[in-house]
Design a protein around this ligand. Sequence first.
Ligand SMILES: *Cc1c(COP(=O)(O)O)cnc(C)c1O
Length: 380
Amino acid sequence: MTGPADRRWAWTEVDLEAVAHNVVTLKALTRPGTLFMAVVKADGYGHGASEVAQAALAAGADRLGVATVDEGIRLRRAGITAPVHLLSEPPVSSVGSLVRYGLRPSLYSAEFAGALSHAGVAAGSAVPFHLKVNTGMNRIGVDWTDAAAFAETLRDLPGIALEGVFTHFATADVPGDWDFERQVERFATAVAGMRERGIDPGIVHAANSPATILHPATHLDMVRCGIALYGLHPCEATRGVIDLHPAMAVKARVSQVRRVPMGEGVSYGLTWRAASPTTVATLPLGYADGVRRGLSGVMRVLLGGVECRQVGRVCMDQLMVEVPRGLDVSEGDEAVLVGVQGDRTLTIDEQAECLGTINYELVCGYGARLSRAHLPAKVL
Ligand SMILES: *Cc1c(COP(=O)(O)O)cnc(C)c1O
C-alpha cells in the first residue's frame, strides 16, 4: 500500500477535531435554534470540502455553503445530504444541475428566477431558493430598495419557493463601523417591506464569521461561518473574544542536505549567499503549492524544533532552508512551515502579515496542489 505521503514529501495536515471544536465554540455564541451554515467554498478554504463538511455537520452544523455548482455537486457525490447553498446566483444554464443535485441557489435576477421556475415545474417540485439583498457591499444581489417588490414578483412563479433572505457585510470586521450599522438597518428595512406585503421571508441571515463573533444582534435565524470554522481569526478584534483552534498545518520532509561553500549563492538569481560555509536543507514544495514567492528570504521553517530561516527565492516546487550551526538535519526529517513542532508554532497569520494579505488567501493557496492528511475528530 502506498499513499500520497509515499509519493511526495510535502502535504497539509487538517485536524478535523479542531474544526469540530470551532463549530461547537461558534454555536455557543448563538441562541439555541439559530441555524449554523458551515461555509466550505473553495474546497473548504483549502482544507478539503467534504471532510470538513462531514466534521462540521457531525459537530452541529445544519447547512453548507459553497460558491459554485461544481463545488455543490462534489459534496453530493461525497454522499452529503445536508442542505447545500450556493452563495451567489449561478448561470441560468446551470438550473438543470441545481435541481438534479438538490442545491439551493441564491437568486436576484428575473432571468434566473424564470429559468429556475421552468426547471422546478419540469421536475414536479418547488425548488427552494434564498433571495440575496445588496445592502451596501455592492457586489451581488437585488438592491435593498427593490427587494420587497422583487420578492412580490417571485411569489407568483410556480416551481420555486422562497426559503430565505440574506445579505452580506462589507465591514463586519471593523469595530464600531458606521457602514456596517447602515447595512444592518437597510437589511431590516428590506425584510420588513416583504412582511408588509404579506411575504414570509423564511430564514433571515446575514452574519459571516466576524459578525457572528462580534455582533450578536446580526445572528437572526442563521449564521454563516467560513474562516472561523478553520480556526483562523477574521480580524484582530475577534482574538480576545473566542478560542479558535487552527485546523491546517503545512509540512514537508527534507529532500536533500548540502554544505554550501562561503560565497556561493542559493536558488534563482542567487539572491542569498553563504557568508560562511552553511548547511542548507531543500524542501520539496514551492509557490505552486501555496508557499508564496513573496515569502522568499523572510519566512521561517521549523526543523528539529528550531526556527530556521528560509533562504533564496522560493521556487515553483522547492525551497531552501538554512540549517543553524549545531542542528543535525538529515534527509527525510520533518519540517513544519505552518503548525507546531516541539514548543514552537508558526502561523498562517504571520505569513499573511509578511505579505500584506489575509489568512483567507493563504489557506486557499495551500489547498491547490498539496495532498491532505485529515486527522479525524473524536466521535462524540
Ligand atoms: C464566504 C462567505 C461567507 C463566510 O465568510 P467568512 O468571513 O469566511 O466567515 C459568508 N457569507 C457569504 C455570502 C460568503 O460569500
